[in-house]
Design a protein around this ligand. Structure first.
Ligand SMILES: Cc1ncc(COP(=O)(O)O)c(C=O)c1O
Length: 381
């Protein structure tokens, strides 16, 4: 019998339905979801507006290729531009984060005909040519893609960045997460982001903001890099964009000119994906979820910092990293199996990640805080 290629360690839980921040397993047990399947659930599981729009589209047309007109794509682009503040930018639609980043690299090298892409330690950009930046795992030995040269620099290190630009005339792009996700929720300093912007402009390189995890309102601003007040040249997104439906996008500055055949994909921007994307934007706006992310997130971070065993709390909005004095694997397991709360890990073993739906309430947050306090105390005892 054919079996699955075993690349994922699995928890022995089988979710069957979701509602808001809650997930129910096949035995009817209820779980508080503070992880959203790697930061994917932005507006809550099975939001009625989202379900309604997807159902309506399913009954009409599921897919036709990008060779004919699909007005849903323009509607999505226009709403996205409006909400994110990038009104006159251009949108290319694809299916995942890795694909969005690959297209961003392509665009960058079409633009300046250079080859080297700079990424940063603890960064993650999907299973792309920069996947080596993901983890310290000894099993991942080398960059896999040779189309671009890659250079990894220390995060938040302005001197290293300056030196790299001064010594290498082939720098095509710098890719940086608005807030680092899987690396352990590290926020770039405003000054670091401004330096990236400055050097990219000075040396004709392209600044790519990877907002795949930190975008779509998660940080309390539409995109994480907006906290630093910089404007990149290309912004990549996925995850929360479809609230679980696979969709990715590349938001492209007006200075890039498209030509037919430059980029392409079979499924990207299909009718169902666009419906999901539009529904997410509708709900983010109507329910003021960016404001909620800030209010509930600030409060959670403040409360978390008071708990014994917590070394540092990092992040913005509802993208929170809790660094503990100890490894968090068993804390996460206890939260899941004893208290029915999903949380995430990070490549830093002492850091727990919280990436809940953006409509999390304080009441639900309090449930987590009480459980976490108990579990953390036991772990430190
Ligand atoms: C910042 C960032 N970039 C890119 C990716 C890759 O996205 P995908 O898994 O959809 O390819 C991820 C996924 O975790 C991510 O967090």
């Amino acid at each position: 019998m054919a079996k699955l290629f075993d690349v994922y360690p699995l928890f022995d839980i089988q979710p069957e339905k979701g509602n808001g921040v809650w997930i129910y397993d096949k035995n009817g047990e209820k779980y508080l979801d503070l992880y959203g399947g790697h930061a994917v659930i932005s507006i809550g599981h099975s939001h009625p507006h989202y379900v309604g729009m997807l159902n309506e589209q399913l009954n009409k047309l599921v897919f036709y290729s990008n060779s004919i007109q699909n007005p849903l794509q323009s509607e999505l682009a226009s709403k996205l531009g409006e909400l994110s503040g990038y009104k006159d930018w251009q949108l290319f639609l694809c299916n995942s984060g890795a694909e969005a980043n690959e297209n961003a690299f392509k665009l960058a090298s079409f633009h300046n005909e250079k080859k080297t892409i700079i990424s940063f330690t603890k960064g993650f950009h999907g299973r792309t040519s920069l996947s080596v930046a993901t983890t310290d795992s000894a099993k991942i030995k080398a960059p896999v893609n040779q189309v671009h040269d890659t250079m990894m620099l220390p995060f938040n290190d302005e001197d290293a960045l300056k030196e790299a630009f001064e010594q290498n005339s082939n720098i095509c792009a710098v890719i940086v997460e608005g807030i680092q996700g899987i690396g352990g929720i590290h926020v770039p300093t405003e000054s670091f982001m401004k330096k990236i912007r400055e050097y990219c402009s000075l040396y004709n390189a392209v600044m790519i903001a990877d907002e795949i995890q930190s975008g779509y309102g998660r940080s309390g601003k539409f995109f994480g890099h907006q906290w630093a007040g910089v404007e990149p040249d290309i912004i990549t997104m996925a995850k929360g964009m479809g609230n679980g439906f696979p969709i990715g996008g590349v938001l492209i500055s007006p200075k890039f000119e498209a030509w037919h055949g430059m980029l392409g994909t079979t499924f990207g921007g299909n009718h169902l994906a666009c419906s999901a994307g539009i529904a997410v934007l509708d709900v983010l706006q109507k329910e003021f979820l960016l404001t909620n992310a800030t209010t509930v997130g600030d409060w959670l971070m403040e409360e978390l910092a008071k708990i014994s065993g917590v070394k540092e709390v990092r992040g913005k909005g509802l993208m929170i990293g809790v660094e503990m004095d100890t490894e968090v694997a068993s804390i996460r397991k206890d939260l899941l199996f004893d208290h029915h709360i999903f949380t995430g890990g990070a490549s830093e073993k002492n850091t727990l990640r919280l990436l809940p739906p953006l409509n999390l309430t304080k009441e639900q947050g309090l449930k987590f805080l009480q459980a976490f306090k108990k579990v953390a105390e036991e772990a430190m005892a």
